[in-house]
Ligand binder design. Structure first.
Ligand SMILES: [Zn+2]
Length: 183
């Protein structure tokens, strides 16, 4: 665990006055004190996040669930506009674990083609359509095709199995759910 980064350090959101640019967040994360002691650094943020070069999209819904730089840094958003696409059957920790699992394997594989272009109810769901996310989260599995792609990209069996353990706990029906304990 490394210290949290203050909102002051990040300044105002740079994309449409609303979203933080992921490129900038990765830079900030990796420049953070002690970050260089770790192979992989994952940040959780309350902000809406996107890629600065996605300005061509319309104003709504350019926020990402999560993204990595495919190497050593990843960011996961728990902004309400994003979390609202989660499943009522899963709590906020399972939501975070699911995204973390995908980003960890994304960074280890360094394979930007890992994500499905079509809905597959797989960990590597593109989620361009927001409703795809809920189904993928509830399934919380790595499909045969993606497993093969991970191996081809050189991800070890032990890393895949470690992530499978995370997914197993994501699939477990949650007792706490999102509400009302979170409120
Ligand atoms: Zn898949």
């Amino acid at each position: 665990m490394i210290d949290s980064i203050s909102a002051e350090a990040l300044g105002e959101p740079g994309v449409k006055g609303r979203y933080y640019d992921l490129g900038l967040l990765f830079e900030t994360l990796l420049a953070h004190r002690k970050a260089d002691q770790y192979d992989l650094v994952v940040g959780f943020t309350h902000f809406e996040i996107t890629e600065g070069d996605r300005k061509q999209y319309d104003a709504n819904e350019i926020g990402y669930f999560s993204l990595s730089n495919w190497r050593n840094a990843a960011m996961i958003s728990r902004h309400p506009n994003i979390v609202k696409h989660s499943s009522p059957l899963r709590d906020i920790y399972q939501y975070a674990q699911f995204l973390l699992a995908g980003e960890l394997l994304g960074m280890l594989s360094r394979n930007e083609d890992l994500f499905h272009e079509q809905p597959a109810r797989c960990l590597f769901e593109e989620c361009e359509a927001r409703e795809d996310f809920r189904l993928a989260l509830e399934s919380a599995t790595i499909c045969v095709q993606s497993r093969a792609a991970l191996k081809t990209a050189g991800v070890s069996e032990s890393a895949i199995n470690a992530v499978e353990k995370i997914l197993k706990s994501v699939r477990r029906s949650s007792a706490s759910k999102l509400a009302p304990a979170e409120v």
